[in-house]
Design a protein around this ligand. Structure first.
Ligand code: NAD
Length: 301
């Protein structure tokens, strides 16, 4: 039996980052602005601090300006809205990232809706969600798209080339991952089914998929016999589980050791989708800076 080929998200992310770094230099070289990313963190959650720090560091490495806002856990919603308003009006800033989750006393929807859609590099503003939901097949994505789904679609394009006509099953219907992944696959001419916790016979549905994208947050729920032989499996899940040595380890939503014996291509966890997410955030920030510049760019840039 031949084993599935691994989809190397680290290598794909490194390539995308190089492209973004070149794009930043090219934009500045043509007299455009230095792309600027503002990160807004409310509170001191250690995991969120790590994420925000790594995003700001990568932005700087790629030649972008990075503006780091650390706000007190107890900040009033009105004060946070005032920070967003200031960033909306700051022409050095092309992307605004508000790290989620926000404290319970803040209405996340109000905050996301306050971000200028043209600086919404997470793609969570309802205006951009609506654009993704109405984009014509194969039409350009000239607005920001959520980073993890964008990373998933880039990995699929790299792996398979054309996706037209493929049966795609997306397990998970969150606004963060499942739904936007499904929209992107529909735009790429796949026949898309979205499955979720109430779907009957997930295993049988999974076996119909040429492309199986799993984003549920349940360690190794998807077994080898849910997968059609030769299918392309993208595992978005990141779950920390106890390891034999008393420590912990990361696993995906797919039982990798089983999937690798059935699938044609599969993403590992870690090292699959994860690295693409932050690279896509940088890509989105560059794209918004390009659009703000008024200069023309080709799809190959
Ligand atoms: P979520 O909790 O918001 O949504 C989970 C979805 O899975 C829901 O739509 C639910 O209906 C479905 N679901 C739950 N249990 C199910 C079951 N037993 N069978 C079928 N469907 C089921 O989660 P999310 O934000 O979409 O994240 C999903 C996973 O992806 C998590 O493990 C998360 O850590 C990971 N994630 C990874 C990245 C990355 O960069 N790699 C980014 C975002 C999320």
């Amino acid at each position: 039996m031949t084993e599935a080929k691994l989809i190397d998200g680290k290598a794909a992310a490194a390539t995308l980052q190089r492209r973004v770094g070149d794009g930043v230099a090219g934009l500045i070289g043509r007299g455009g602005p230095t792309p600027g990313l503002a990160t807004v963190l409310v509170g001191a959650d250690p995991a969120s601090q790590v994420y925000v720090r790594s995003k700001a560091r990568l932005a700087a490495e790629l030649g972008m300006a990075s503006f780091d806002f650390r706000l007190d856990e107890a900040i009033a919603e009105a004060e946070l809205l005032a920070v967003i308003d200031e960033l909306n009006g700051d022409e050095r800033v092309h992307g605004i990232l508000v790290q989620l989750p926000l404290p319970a006393h803040i209405d996340t929807t109000q905050i996301l809706m306050a971000i200028d859609p043209a600086k919404d590099v997470d793609g969570f503003h309802p205006f951009n969600v609506g654009r993704l939901g109405t984009v014509a097949p194969r039409a350009p994505l000239d607005f920001p798209v959520p980073c993890t789904p964008l990373g998933v679609s880039m990995l699929l394009q790299d792996t398979l080339g054309k996706l037209a006509g493929c049966n795609a099953v997306v397990i998970g219907r969150s606004n963060l991952v499942g739904r936007p992944v499904a929209q992107l696959l529909l735009r790429a001419d796949c026949t898309v089914t979205i499955a979720h916790s109430r779907t009957r016979d997930l295993a049988a549905l999974g076996r119909t998929a040429d492309i199986l994208v799993v984003a549920i947050g349940r360690p190794e729920l998807v077994r080898g016999d849910w997968i059609k032989p030769g299918a392309t499996v993208i595992d978005v899940g990141i779950n920390r589980v106890p390891a034999a040595d008393g420590k912990t380890r990361l696993v995906g939503d797919v039982a990798f050791d089983e999937a690798v014996k059935v699938a044609g291509h599969v993403t590992p966890v870690p090292g699959g989708v994860g690295p693409m997410t932050v690279a896509c955030l940088m890509f989105n920030t560059l794209q918004e800076a390009r659009r703000a510049s008024g200069l023309k760019f080709s799809a190959a840039d």
